[in-house]
Design a protein around this ligand. Structure first.
Ligand code: ARG
Length: 450
């Protein structure tokens, strides 16, 4: 590539700063698929003979097999995956190989490879996200009658079913799924034919290339096509949100696994010991997942920072998009796999959860709402119950006289308020944790995930 314009080789330190082949070799399958589709368009345009196309396609497939078998020798002096493959092809098949790059730049080539990569990885991550959602659903089904206290500000607030909590996680991961679907749609545009920034005098059938590679659309502006990494930013944001959801979920599980809560126990296969304290069992998988969400956010910020000051069209800074992208993909893939495998092995300590939920103070709001039912304005009811709660006594231990003294509206039937399961039955609006709603939600998810 330097033969024409340059009189000396690039310096060694410049080469090591410049090379990307140590990481972008990961794109080889996509690079080869793109080159075969491009070569086919060159043949249709009369630039390559049918024989030359055959030689190129066969040569590229052989190279692909060699790379897959780890027999391919990568050369850092050739900078990146694109040049490595093209040079290997020309070495293998001669002059026909030297025609492959006609009407193409590495700028549109790398944009294409990245889009193919993102599309494929989204599909992989969606599969793993679905597996996690299924694991959550199974857990919700298995423990759908288990009560627990629900918390706000980490203070016991109101009783819920454990299943309601699990279904809340399913909702968040479903939004992640939607985000990935949107991102896939935006990545699904074919940029080849944009050249360095201004297309090419050689008219290639871009629609045919798109069709061969399974793209829905072709890019409509060659400058934008080589500039655009929005789909990478969308993907990194989607991955960061998955990380944040996993992190918050982790935090709950870590807390609930403490002796103070004792609601759950991680299986030995997903816990680690202390090098010093023999009695300890640590929730490291959840902690690491919580920690790794930091990298996911960092990778998104890395890309946004690279993009913010760039002049239009391709600039070499864009090479820096890849390590952040690959790292986020690897991190999320493995976290999702760990969680899907870890959840079915959780021990749920039903007694502990239910005895914590069996706290009449958690029904203070229900008591206020009982008063509302008797015609007391809510603010007044709130104050009456607040005073009773502040008395230090358990609300269900108050005598009829004590209730009467607080308000005439607190009649004999007030004691019925303190049946937790009935209290949950009364929470019947869409989205609330009545047992009927939970069963309906479980059925809905079963259908959605089938
Ligand atoms: N390795 C480069 C990248 O990842 C490929 C494109 C290089 N283009 C160029 N004009 N040097 O972005």
């Amino acid at each position: 590539m330097r033969e024409g314009r340059f009189s000396s080789a690039v310096s060694e330190i410049a080469q090591s700063q410049s090379q990307s082949v140590s990481f972008d070799r990961r794109l080889y399958r996509h690079d080869i698929a793109g080159s075969i589709a491009h070569a086919s368009a060159l043949a249709s345009a009369g630039i390559l003979t049918a024989d030359e196309f055959e030689m190129i396609a066969r040569g590229l497939r052989e190279i692909e097999n060699e790379i897959a078998a780890e027999k391919f020798v990568w050369d850092q002096s050739l900078e990146d995956v694109h040049m490595n493959i093209e040079m290997a092809l020309t070495k293998r098949i001669g002059p026909a190989g030297a025609k492959l790059h006609t009407g193409r730049s590495r700028n549109d080539q790398v944009a294409l490879d990245l889009r193919l990569y993102v599309r494929e990885e989204i599909d992989q991550i969606v599969t793993r996200l679905r597996a996690l959602q299924n694991a959550l659903l199974l857990l919700a089904q298995k423990h759908y009658q288990v009560l627990m206290p629900g918390y706000t500000h980490l203070q016991r607030a109101q009783p819920i079913y454990f299943a309601h909590y699990l279904l809340a996680q399913l909702e968040a991961f479903e939004r992640d799924h939607e985000r990935l679907r949107d991102t896939r749609h935006r990545a699904d545009v074919m940029p080849l034919g944009s050249g360095a920034l201004a297309g090419s005098t050689i008219a290639l059938n871009r629609e045919a290339i798109a069709k061969a590679l399974g793209f829905q659309r072709v890019t409509q502006n060659s400058i934008d096509a080589v500039s655009d990494r929005d789909f990478v930013a969308d993907f990194l944001y989607s991955l960061a949100m998955i990380g944040i959801h996993l992190s918050r979920f982790s935090e709950d599980l870590i807390l609930w696994s403490t002796s103070e809560f004792g609601f759950i126990e991680f299986s030995d296969a997903f816990a680690t010991g202390s090098s010093l304290m023999p009695q300890k069992k640590n929730p490291d998988m959840a902690e690491l997942t919580r920690g790794k969400s930091g990298r996911l956010i960092g990778n998104l910020v890395t890309l946004l920072t690279i993009l913010k000051g760039l002049p239009s069209a391709y600039n070499r800074d864009l090479q820096e998009d890849k390590e952040a992208l690959f790292d986020s993909v690897d991190t999320v893939r493995s976290a999702l796999e760990v969680f899907s495998a870890m959840l079915p092995e959780l021990t749920i300590n039903r007694e502990r959860m239910e005895s914590s939920a069996n706290d009449p103070q958690l029904l203070a709001t229900d008591l206020a709402e009982y008063l509302v039912g008797k015609g007391v304005p809510f603010r007044e009811a709130h104050a009456i119950v607040g005073k009773l709660a502040a008395s230090g006594k358990q609300l269900n231990a108050l005598s009829d006289e004590e209730f009467r003294a607080a308000s005439n509206a607190l009649e004999e039937d007030v004691h019925e308020v303190f049946d937790i399961r009935k209290a949950l039955q009364r929470r019947s609006a869409t989205g609330s944790p009545s047992p009927e709603n939970i069963e309906r939600q479980i059925a809905r998810w079963r259908e959605l995930l089938a």
